[in-house]
Design a protein around this ligand. Structure first.
Ligand SMILES: NC(=O)c1ccc[n+]([C@@H]2O[C@H](COP(=O)([O-])OP(=O)(O)OC[C@H]3O[C@@H](n4cnc5c(N)ncnc54)[C@H](O)[C@@H]3O)[C@@H](O)[C@H]2O)c1
Length: 354
């Protein structure tokens, strides 16, 4: 039996509600498969923990997590705790310390999912976004000078190392190579005259190692427009931390909304645990009402199966998500239904049985 140790950080707001459903699906799929099993350890970290203890996670939190095979995260953030604290002191620490330099976000319009553009279809909206996840514009480097004075100046430094840039671009090419797809790089070299000129150069260099792969390179502003007007242009996409953050929300809107957007933070070498999470936040406006859509959290479970080498199982979970939407009977209010979070999870489990 392949036993995987999973650290569960359910977090705040709707985090625990959607994670519960994801775990139902993990256990069901493990039972159906018969060769894999999950052992869960729950960590109470997040904003509630911060309000009690003055910190988002234990001081030795990273050491505690290091021996796990994966981290399954709900969402963090809650009114009363600044977002800069909740994000930086938990999520970003984990992503950085565990060198989860690939943020893999599928943007795939499943049958039955709502799409805001009339020309959107499951054929033309099918992208794999690879967002650089360890440095770039979110490196946290910078300065705040002369605070509160008239000459106040802030510097927010983008950090693009050769190692960091090359490895994430190479990862995109490796995926495209396996899946016989094109690779698109998104940057902004006309305005960011160091970082993005460098990014484009590294993209060109790495592309030489993959002569059979067709490549495209777009400026981020043009890419935002093309994603809406002509999404079929994009297959495997690689971009920086900030641009990826923004464009994957555009992608989430194209593919059915935040309730369907999943993301994996990967350390591809498996030296450290990778982290799987829905893209959405803690949604304080609907927390505690039992109406959060768990499908994004369940989609990230599908990504976890892929990562553990059970791609067929991951695919079956995705098919169940598609089926529930095609049926249209057991859906949460954000998708036009009136089902509760746990009813959606239960229906997915039933569909896996069929
Ligand atoms: N990865 C994370 O943990 C993460 C990501 C984004 C935001 N946040 C945090 O979450 C808090 C709220 O942020 P926000 O309101 O900007 O974003 P949000 O994603 O929490 O919510 C945005 C809107 O989408 C809806 N929504 C989100 N997920 C949903 C789901 N699964 N089902 C149905 N509706 C859903 C919400 O009700 C809300 O109207 C903030 O504190 C923010 O910092 C955390």
């Amino acid at each position: 039996m392949n036993v995987k140790k999973i650290a569960v950080i359910a977090g705040d707001g709707i985090g625990p509600e959607v994670v519960n459903e994801g775990i139902k699906v993990m256990d069901k799929m493990a039972a159906l498969d018969g060769t894999i099993q999950f052992e869960y350890t729950y960590f109470p970290w997040g904003c509630e923990y911060y309000l009690k203890h003055g910190k988002m996670m234990d001081d030795d939190g990273i050491d505690q997590l290091a021996s796990f095979d994966a981290i399954y995260l709900g969402a963090v953030g809650y009114p009363g705790v600044p977002d800069s604290v909740s994000l930086r002191d938990l999520l970003i620490v984990i992503r950085k310390e565990f060198d989860q330099y690939v943020n893999l976000r599928p943007i795939k319009l499943l049958n039955g999912a709502p799409c805001p553009i009339h020309h959107g279809s499951n054929e033309n909206i099918n992208m794999t976004f690879i967002r650089e996840n360890s440095e770039g514009e979110y490196s946290g480097a910078g300065e705040w000078l002369y605070k509160g004075k008239p000459e106040e100046v802030v510097l927010q430094t983008g950090v693009f190392s050769r190692k960091g840039t090359e490895r994430v671009i190479r990862h995109a090419f490796e995926i495209a190579n396996k899946e016989n797809k094109t690779v698109t790089s998104i940057s902004k070299a006309n305005a960011l005259n160091y970082s993005m000129v460098f990014w484009d150069e590294v993209f060109k260099e790495v592309s030489k190692d993959y002569p059979n792969i067709t490549t495209y390179s777009y400026l981020v502003d043009a890419a935002a427009m093309h994603m809406i007007m002509d999404p079929a242009r994009f297959e495997v996409v690689v971009t920086s931390n900030l641009f990826g953050d923004i464009l994957t929300d555009v992608g989430a809107a194209l593919a059915g909304g935040m309730g369907l957007a999943a993301g994996a933070n990967l350390n591809p070498e498996k030296k450290y645990p990778s982290m799987f999470e829905p893209v959405h936040g803690s949604a304080p406006d609907i927390a505690g009402k039992g109406v959060a859509n768990p499908l994004a959290a369940i989609w990230s479970v599908s990504q976890m199966f892929d990562f553990f080498g059970y791609a067929n199982r991951g695919k079956e979970i995705l098919q169940a998500i598609e089926q529930i939407m095609v049926e249209g009977k057991v859906l949460t209010p954000d998708l036009g239904g009136n089902a509760r979070t746990d009813e959606v999870g239960d229906r997915i489990v039933q569909l896996l049985d069929q």
